[in-house]
Design a binder for this molecule. Structure first.
Ligand SMILES: N#Cc1c(-c2ccc3ccn(Cc4ccc(CN5CCOCC5)cc4)c3c2)n[nH]c1N
Length: 239
């Protein structure tokens, strides 16, 4: 997979080259390009924004700059992803879809966002997703790209290694993950639940399922209604 990011703050994407993602790049599992949008400006001020038509707060990013940038960075098999507060919610299912893509280009807006014609023009030539990572307001798209790239790249074969597989993720069965514990057995007078030290793996699995169900009902009750038909067995229904 190749990932390209277009931004006016390329240094914001430096974390892409650290830790897990950096190792994935070093191992050739992904290629990453980060491009400074200002490289496509021509005026002495390297302007990328202008006042919004119709008035309103802030500035809008210029189509004459974004257009040539995306023309150059996008290819024949590109999916363009544009983070925006007005986007479709980014989900684990989308992360899986993106992990199957050959080439993802992320367009990071700033100010009040990118002139809509940039997205509409790109959509004539490639799939374009306007996506939001959550119901809160950021200052630009870069943080959202870091979140989405991490969620996508960790799903690629070989990235997580043998110690951990993405199949065991939270949400893989539609429930939140239950609590985790490690040594010591007692810490600040708080003990690890006895069942986890019982060695009875059937009981442990049941306990973990119960914990996941209880946590999901308490914290994200709306997820229960989204579970596929037949997901809950008769024991689950007693939880
Ligand atoms: N993903 C994601 C995001 C983003 C995100 C993503 C990309 C950009 C590019 C610019 N911004 C700043 C911005 C803030 C607010 C608004 C709305 N305005 C409407 C008129 O009144 C003022 C407010 C627009 C643009 C971005 C924010 N925020 N939250 C997410 N989950």
């Amino acid at each position: 997979m190749r990932l390209d990011v277009v931004t006016i703050f390329p240094e914001y994407l430096d974390p892409l080259r650290a830790a897990l993602l950096g190792r994935a790049i070093d191992r050739g599992l992904i290629e990453v390009g980060v491009h400074d949008l200002r490289n496509w400006t021509h005026d002495v001020h390297r302007a990328v924004d202008d006042a919004p038509y119709g008035g309103g707060p802030g500035m809008v990013m210029k189509p004459q700059i974004w257009g040539p940038a995306l023309d150059e960075v996008c290819g024949e098999n590109t999916r363009l992803v544009v983070p925006t507060p007005a986007g479709r919610p980014f989900t684990q299912a989308m992360a899986h879809q993106y992990a199957a893509e050959e080439h993802l280009v992320f367009a990071c807006g700033r100010y009040e966002g990118i002139d809509q014609r940039v997205i509409d023009d790109a959509a004539r030539r490639m799939p374009v997703d306007e996506v939001s990572i959550g119901d809160y307001v950021l200052v630009g798209g870069e943080a959202a790209v870091l979140v989405m790239v991490e969620a996508v790249v960790r799903l690629l074969p070989g990235v997580l290694g043998n110690a951990r597989s993405a199949e065991e993720d939270s949400f893989s069965d539609g429930l939140l993950e239950g609590p985790s514990y490690t040594r010591p057995e007692v810490w600040r007078e708080l003990a690890v639940p006895d069942v986890l030290r019982s060695g009875n793996h059937a009981l442990i699995d049941r306990w973990r399922r119960d914990q996941a169900l209880e946590r999901t009902v308490r914290r994200r009750p709306e997820l229960i209604g989204l579970l596929p038909e037949g997901s809950l067995d008769k024991h689950d229904l007693k939880v």
